[in-house]
Design a protein. Structure first.
Length: 197
């Protein structure tokens, strides 16, 4: 029932009561495509990582070993969105308090879906980004908003630049079914799952 007035009732009134269905756009089509995760994985993800917040609390266990965010030693690129109703940005900004590594935090305009699916050329988008080194002092969210420069456009090129600065030269992927990959094609695209009822 998060943001139910925006996400449920306004649409129900317009679509059902008024009979004014909006035409499907790219984001609506993407959002209507169900997440195909095995039941155990999906329920475990929702319970442990979302509802109980086990990863942030040091209770998330893999192979009988708790995973602690403070054990991460590689740089982190974390993204928050201004109007996220599932993961409010003040909550995701806490990554700075839970890790002892370099954190690049980027706050972009939009909500939970549109803020992330924000391709280059999409008008009206902007973002703010800053990097905190392991020895830097903590900046609270309000100071971040005041000090991080605002950049116009999609955040995707910023992420690509961050990845390029920390990656080796690109290489071509191994062909599916080739000896190096070891993966044999299961069937032609888009896959057999689309035929399931």
């Amino acid at each position: 029932m998060l943001r139910s007035n925006d996400l449920i009732w306004s649409r129900m009134v317009r679509d059902y009561l008024m009979g004014e269905r909006r035409p499907m756009n790219d984001l609506m089509a993407w959002n209507a495509d169900a997440t195909r995760l095995p039941y155990k994985m999906h329920s475990g993800y929702l319970r442990h990582l979302f509802l109980d917040n086990d990863l942030a609390e040091g209770r998330f266990v893999i192979d009988d070993t708790p995973v602690a965010l403070s054990d991460i030693r590689v740089p982190i690129f974390a993204v928050g969105t201004v109007r996220d109703h599932v993961s409010p940005w003040h909550s995701t900004y806490k990554i700075h308090l839970q890790t002892d590594t370099e954190v690049t935090y980027l706050l972009t305009t939009g909500g939970h879906n549109a803020g992330i699916v924000s391709e280059p050329g999409h008008e009206g988008r902007s973002f703010q980004v800053m990097t905190k080194k392991p020895d830097d002092r903590y900046l609270d969210p309000e100071t971040f908003i005041a000090e991080a420069p605002r950049k116009d456009g999609s955040w995707w090129p910023e992420w690509v630049a961050w990845l390029n600065a920390r990656s080796s030269a690109p290489v071509a992927p191994a062909a599916v079914g080739s000896v190096p990959s070891g993966y044999v094609p299961l069937g032609d695209a888009p896959g057999t799952y689309v035929l399931q009822e």
